[in-house]
Design a protein around this ligand. Structure first.
Ligand SMILES: [Cu+2]
Length: 306
């Protein structure tokens, strides 16, 4: 049964915003508990995904079938909160603040204050449980996460050329993680990334080829939600400060299409103590590993792969 809901939405994290959205829910599908691998497609601007998936270790193959860059960001609202609660309580305040930045030219500091004022108390209990880094049109990446049962929100809060948030345009939906668990184990990773406050450590041989990375958050700020890492292939003369600025959602052209560099994936925000996995194919060249959530504070690695 097809349901089209219209409402005002808003979203979350390094700063965001809102607006009118058409939300299409596709047919219900049963979770296949023997299968620990699912496919999620990104379009301009929607996610195609099963409605229900097993809990436990689950691999998500994420393909960008759109013309713009996208990522998959997964949030778990506190028990009892619905998709509509998240849209009105989280996406709307973010979009309002975004419009104030974009259209009224308020400062980032004022925007942050306005955001904190307008978010509901329960926002601080939302868990950000991972997702993919940014990938360009036509690209595919794989992530593996240990999912807990419950309603989850999928979203992408990159921005269109016109400066609208993708989640407001339709890239936000719910997915149910079932009580029954997949029997899968986490993958073996050759390269370990450890994120802590204002520090990123990378352990392993960064050689050309396809690698599985583990991402572990060793610590996050007391009032924070975790950390993330995006991987970008950059030119020899790319100014890293431009990339850090681009990763700041509150910048007018931050996270906006087109990006200044070629992103190849990564892991979206996971909380302290958790580990997730992603795959990336590294050709020889120069790469930046950037933490977006705190990236504009300078958390990154600049690496040559030969
Ligand atoms: Cu997007």
């Amino acid at each position: 049964m097809k349901v089209i809901l219209k409402f005002t939405l808003l979203f979350a994290v390094s700063a965001a915003l809102i607006h009118q959205l058409s939300y299409a829910q596709s047919h219900s599908t049963e979770a296949d508990h023997s299968d620990h691998s699912i496919t999620i497609l990104a379009e301009d601007y929607a996610f195609q995904t099963p409605d229900e998936i097993p809990s436990g270790w689950t691999t998500i193959e994420f393909t960008n079938e759109g013309n713009e860059d996208h990522f998959l960001f997964i949030a778990k609202p506190p028990e009892g909160k619905t998709f509509d609660d998240y849209a009105s309580g989280v996406l709307n305040p973010f979009n309002d603040v975004w419009y104030a930045l974009r259209d009224d030219g308020i400062s980032q500091e004022d925007a942050f204050g306005k955001l904190v004022e307008s978010l509901p108390e329960w926002f601080w209990s939302v868990e950000f449980i991972g997702g993919t880094g940014i990938i360009p049109a036509g690209a595919t990446t794989q992530i593996t996460l240990n999912l807990k049962p419950g309603m989850h929100i999928l979203e992408c809060y990159m921005k269109t050329e016109d400066g609208e948030m993708h989640n407001v345009e339709g890239m936000m939906r719910d997915i149910n993680v079932a009580d029954s668990k997949s029997d899968a184990s986490p993958p073996d990773a050759e390269i370990a990334i450890i994120l802590s406050n204002f520090e990123m450590a990378i352990d392993g041989d960064l050689t050309p080829g396809k690698h599985t990375f583990s991402v572990h958050v060793a610590e996050h700020p007391e009032d924070g939600f975790g950390h993330n890492v995006h991987v970008a292939r950059v030119q020899p003369d790319t100014d890293v400060n431009e990339v850090l600025r681009y990763m700041n959602f509150m910048e007018i052209d931050g996270l906006q299409t087109p990006p200044p560099v070629q992103f190849i994936g990564g892991m979206h925000i996971i909380p302290q103590g958790e580990t997730g996995y992603f795959t990336a194919d590294l050709e020889p060249g120069r790469y930046l590993f950037v933490s977006e959530y705190t990236g504009h504070l300078g958390v990154m690695k600049d690496i040559a792969i030969e």
